[in-house]
Design a binder for this molecule. Structure first.
Ligand SMILES: C[S@@+](CC[C@H](N)C(=O)[O-])C[C@H]1O[C@@H](n2cnc3c(N)ncnc32)[C@H](O)[C@@H]1O
Length: 213
Protein backbone atom coordinates (compact mmCIF):
# COMPACT_ATOMS: atom_id res chain seq x y z
CA UNK A 1 0.00 0.00 0.00
CA UNK A 2 1.16 3.55 -0.67
CA UNK A 3 2.16 5.61 2.34
CA UNK A 4 -0.96 7.75 2.04
CA UNK A 5 -3.49 4.93 1.97
CA UNK A 6 -6.97 5.28 0.49
CA UNK A 7 -8.78 8.39 1.75
CA UNK A 8 -11.96 7.98 -0.34
CA UNK A 9 -12.30 4.25 0.37
CA UNK A 10 -11.83 4.95 4.10
CA UNK A 11 -14.38 7.78 4.06
CA UNK A 12 -17.03 5.69 2.30
CA UNK A 13 -16.40 2.32 4.00
CA UNK A 14 -18.83 2.53 6.93
CA UNK A 15 -21.50 4.33 4.90
CA UNK A 16 -21.52 1.86 2.00
CA UNK A 17 -21.28 -1.20 4.27
CA UNK A 18 -23.97 -0.08 6.75
CA UNK A 19 -26.96 -1.97 5.22
CA UNK A 20 -24.96 -5.22 4.85
CA UNK A 21 -23.57 -4.80 8.38
CA UNK A 22 -27.10 -4.62 9.78
CA UNK A 23 -28.50 -7.43 7.64
CA UNK A 24 -25.57 -9.84 7.59
CA UNK A 25 -22.05 -9.00 8.76
CA UNK A 26 -22.91 -7.81 12.26
CA UNK A 27 -24.15 -11.22 13.40
CA UNK A 28 -21.12 -12.98 11.95
CA UNK A 29 -18.72 -10.49 13.51
CA UNK A 30 -20.43 -10.98 16.88
CA UNK A 31 -20.19 -14.78 16.59
CA UNK A 32 -16.54 -14.70 15.53
CA UNK A 33 -15.31 -12.15 18.09
CA UNK A 34 -17.07 -14.03 20.91
CA UNK A 35 -14.57 -16.86 20.18
CA UNK A 36 -11.54 -14.61 20.76
CA UNK A 37 -9.46 -15.45 23.81
CA UNK A 38 -6.38 -14.08 25.53
CA UNK A 39 -4.16 -11.57 23.77
CA UNK A 40 -5.68 -10.70 20.40
CA UNK A 41 -4.11 -9.32 17.21
CA UNK A 42 -6.52 -7.99 14.59
CA UNK A 43 -4.89 -7.29 11.21
CA UNK A 44 -6.25 -4.74 8.75
CA UNK A 45 -8.68 -3.43 11.35
CA UNK A 46 -9.94 -0.76 8.95
CA UNK A 47 -12.48 1.58 10.51
CA UNK A 48 -12.71 -0.65 13.58
CA UNK A 49 -16.06 -2.31 12.92
CA UNK A 50 -15.10 -5.42 14.91
CA UNK A 51 -14.20 -3.53 18.08
CA UNK A 52 -17.78 -3.37 19.39
CA UNK A 53 -18.03 -7.17 19.34
CA UNK A 54 -14.99 -8.09 21.47
CA UNK A 55 -15.82 -9.29 24.99
CA UNK A 56 -14.92 -6.91 27.80
CA UNK A 57 -11.96 -8.78 29.32
CA UNK A 58 -9.87 -8.88 26.12
CA UNK A 59 -6.77 -6.92 25.16
CA UNK A 60 -6.73 -6.27 21.42
CA UNK A 61 -3.87 -4.96 19.29
CA UNK A 62 -5.38 -3.51 16.10
CA UNK A 63 -2.90 -3.38 13.22
CA UNK A 64 -3.68 -1.11 10.28
CA UNK A 65 -1.35 0.60 7.77
CA UNK A 66 -3.76 3.21 6.38
CA UNK A 67 -3.75 6.55 8.24
CA UNK A 68 -7.27 7.37 7.03
CA UNK A 69 -8.65 4.10 8.37
CA UNK A 70 -6.84 4.58 11.68
CA UNK A 71 -8.39 8.02 12.15
CA UNK A 72 -11.87 6.56 11.71
CA UNK A 73 -11.16 3.58 13.96
CA UNK A 74 -10.00 5.64 16.95
CA UNK A 75 -13.47 6.62 18.29
CA UNK A 76 -14.65 2.99 17.98
CA UNK A 77 -11.64 1.87 20.04
CA UNK A 78 -12.54 4.37 22.77
CA UNK A 79 -16.15 3.15 22.80
CA UNK A 80 -15.24 -0.57 22.91
CA UNK A 81 -15.65 -2.71 26.03
CA UNK A 82 -12.32 -4.45 25.32
CA UNK A 83 -9.01 -2.60 25.62
CA UNK A 84 -7.95 -1.75 22.04
CA UNK A 85 -4.59 -0.26 21.08
CA UNK A 86 -3.23 0.52 17.60
CA UNK A 87 -0.11 -0.32 15.67
CA UNK A 88 0.37 1.26 12.24
CA UNK A 89 2.06 -1.41 10.13
CA UNK A 90 1.55 -3.90 7.31
CA UNK A 91 0.73 -7.48 8.21
CA UNK A 92 3.51 -8.80 5.97
CA UNK A 93 5.99 -7.51 8.57
CA UNK A 94 4.46 -7.88 12.02
CA UNK A 95 6.43 -5.92 14.61
CA UNK A 96 5.95 -8.53 17.36
CA UNK A 97 7.97 -11.34 18.89
CA UNK A 98 7.20 -15.01 18.13
CA UNK A 99 4.26 -16.66 19.88
CA UNK A 100 2.92 -13.66 21.78
CA UNK A 101 -0.74 -13.80 20.67
CA UNK A 102 -3.47 -16.33 21.51
CA UNK A 103 -5.90 -15.18 18.81
CA UNK A 104 -5.50 -13.46 15.46
CA UNK A 105 -8.44 -11.92 13.60
CA UNK A 106 -8.71 -11.29 9.86
CA UNK A 107 -12.04 -10.08 8.47
CA UNK A 108 -12.31 -8.95 4.85
CA UNK A 109 -8.57 -8.33 4.80
CA UNK A 110 -6.77 -11.32 3.24
CA UNK A 111 -8.33 -10.07 -0.01
CA UNK A 112 -6.55 -6.74 0.36
CA UNK A 113 -3.02 -7.46 1.59
CA UNK A 114 -0.25 -7.45 -1.02
CA UNK A 115 1.11 -10.87 -0.07
CA UNK A 116 -1.39 -13.15 1.68
CA UNK A 117 1.02 -16.08 2.08
CA UNK A 118 3.60 -13.83 3.69
CA UNK A 119 0.88 -12.48 6.02
CA UNK A 120 -0.27 -15.98 6.98
CA UNK A 121 3.32 -17.01 7.69
CA UNK A 122 3.71 -13.96 9.92
CA UNK A 123 0.46 -14.80 11.72
CA UNK A 124 1.71 -18.32 12.36
CA UNK A 125 4.91 -16.87 13.75
CA UNK A 126 3.26 -14.47 16.22
CA UNK A 127 0.55 -16.91 17.34
CA UNK A 128 1.46 -19.28 20.15
CA UNK A 129 1.45 -22.98 19.12
CA UNK A 130 -2.21 -24.01 19.01
CA UNK A 131 -3.35 -20.38 18.81
CA UNK A 132 -6.31 -19.57 16.61
CA UNK A 133 -6.95 -17.40 13.57
CA UNK A 134 -10.57 -16.26 13.33
CA UNK A 135 -11.43 -15.34 9.75
CA UNK A 136 -14.30 -14.04 7.67
CA UNK A 137 -13.43 -13.49 4.01
CA UNK A 138 -14.98 -13.37 0.58
CA UNK A 139 -13.22 -15.96 -1.57
CA UNK A 140 -12.76 -17.33 -5.08
CA UNK A 141 -15.92 -18.68 -6.70
CA UNK A 142 -16.38 -22.42 -7.17
CA UNK A 143 -17.39 -22.39 -10.83
CA UNK A 144 -15.10 -21.58 -13.81
CA UNK A 145 -17.52 -19.00 -15.23
CA UNK A 146 -17.59 -16.90 -12.05
CA UNK A 147 -13.84 -17.45 -11.54
CA UNK A 148 -13.18 -15.99 -15.00
CA UNK A 149 -15.40 -13.02 -14.16
CA UNK A 150 -13.53 -12.48 -10.87
CA UNK A 151 -10.14 -12.70 -12.64
CA UNK A 152 -11.24 -10.23 -15.32
CA UNK A 153 -12.63 -7.65 -12.91
CA UNK A 154 -9.83 -7.84 -10.32
CA UNK A 155 -7.65 -5.02 -11.73
CA UNK A 156 -10.60 -2.59 -11.71
CA UNK A 157 -11.86 -3.85 -8.34
CA UNK A 158 -8.44 -3.36 -6.73
CA UNK A 159 -8.52 0.23 -7.91
CA UNK A 160 -11.99 1.09 -6.54
CA UNK A 161 -11.86 -1.24 -3.54
CA UNK A 162 -8.75 -0.17 -1.67
CA UNK A 163 -6.63 -3.02 -3.08
CA UNK A 164 -9.30 -5.76 -2.75
CA UNK A 165 -8.81 -8.92 -4.91
CA UNK A 166 -12.14 -10.74 -5.44
CA UNK A 167 -10.42 -13.82 -6.91
CA UNK A 168 -8.32 -15.15 -4.03
CA UNK A 169 -8.39 -18.82 -3.01
CA UNK A 170 -8.05 -17.97 0.66
CA UNK A 171 -8.87 -21.46 1.98
CA UNK A 172 -6.17 -22.92 -0.27
CA UNK A 173 -3.68 -20.33 0.97
CA UNK A 174 -4.50 -21.10 4.60
CA UNK A 175 -3.67 -24.75 3.92
CA UNK A 176 -0.47 -23.87 2.04
CA UNK A 177 0.59 -21.70 4.98
CA UNK A 178 0.21 -24.69 7.29
CA UNK A 179 -2.97 -23.67 9.09
CA UNK A 180 -5.56 -26.32 9.89
CA UNK A 181 -8.78 -24.53 9.00
CA UNK A 182 -12.30 -25.40 10.06
CA UNK A 183 -15.02 -23.70 8.07
CA UNK A 184 -17.82 -22.68 10.38
CA UNK A 185 -20.00 -21.44 7.56
CA UNK A 186 -19.83 -21.21 3.78
CA UNK A 187 -22.09 -18.34 2.83
CA UNK A 188 -23.57 -17.67 -0.58
CA UNK A 189 -23.94 -14.03 0.34
CA UNK A 190 -23.74 -10.83 -1.66
CA UNK A 191 -23.25 -10.04 -5.33
CA UNK A 192 -20.43 -11.36 -7.49
CA UNK A 193 -17.53 -10.67 -7.72
CA UNK A 194 -17.26 -10.63 -3.88
CA UNK A 195 -19.06 -13.91 -3.29
CA UNK A 196 -19.03 -16.54 -1.74
CA UNK A 197 -17.90 -15.87 1.82
CA UNK A 198 -16.30 -18.16 4.39
CA UNK A 199 -16.25 -17.87 8.17
CA UNK A 200 -13.94 -20.09 10.14
CA UNK A 201 -11.30 -20.87 12.72
CA UNK A 202 -7.79 -21.91 11.72
CA UNK A 203 -5.34 -23.45 14.15
CA UNK A 204 -1.65 -22.72 14.00
CA UNK A 205 0.71 -25.65 14.57
CA UNK A 206 4.04 -24.74 16.15
CA UNK A 207 5.99 -22.32 13.94
CA UNK A 208 9.64 -23.05 13.28
CA UNK A 209 11.93 -20.31 11.96
CA UNK A 210 13.36 -20.90 8.47
CA UNK A 211 16.89 -22.34 8.55
CA UNK A 212 19.59 -19.80 7.66
CA UNK A 213 21.03 -20.16 4.15
C1 LIG B 1 -11.87 -4.13 3.23
S1 LIG B 1 -11.02 -3.41 4.56
C2 LIG B 1 -11.58 -4.42 5.94
C3 LIG B 1 -11.54 -3.71 7.25
C4 LIG B 1 -11.98 -4.54 8.47
N1 LIG B 1 -11.12 -5.68 8.68
C5 LIG B 1 -13.41 -4.99 8.36
O1 LIG B 1 -13.68 -6.17 8.57
O2 LIG B 1 -14.28 -4.16 8.12
C6 LIG B 1 -9.34 -4.03 4.33
C7 LIG B 1 -8.35 -3.38 5.28
O3 LIG B 1 -7.07 -4.03 5.12
C8 LIG B 1 -6.08 -3.03 5.23
N2 LIG B 1 -4.83 -3.49 4.59
C9 LIG B 1 -4.46 -3.41 3.30
N3 LIG B 1 -3.23 -3.90 3.12
C10 LIG B 1 -2.81 -4.32 4.34
C11 LIG B 1 -1.62 -4.93 4.81
N4 LIG B 1 -0.62 -5.23 3.98
N5 LIG B 1 -1.53 -5.22 6.13
C12 LIG B 1 -2.56 -4.95 6.96
N6 LIG B 1 -3.70 -4.38 6.58
C13 LIG B 1 -3.84 -4.07 5.28
C14 LIG B 1 -6.68 -1.83 4.53
O4 LIG B 1 -6.02 -0.63 4.87
C15 LIG B 1 -8.11 -1.90 5.03
O5 LIG B 1 -8.28 -1.19 6.21
Amino acid sequence: MSGRGHPIFAALYDIVAAPAERRHFGAHRRDLMSRATGRVLEIGAGTGVNFAYYPRHLTVVALEPDTHMLRRAAPKARAAAARVSFVQAEAEHLPFRDGVFDTAVATLVLCSVASPLRVLDELRRVLRPGGQLLFYEHVRAATPGWQNFQDAITPFWRWVGGGCHPNRDTMGMLRRAGFVATTLEHLEFGPYPVRPHVKGVARAPAWTPPRPG
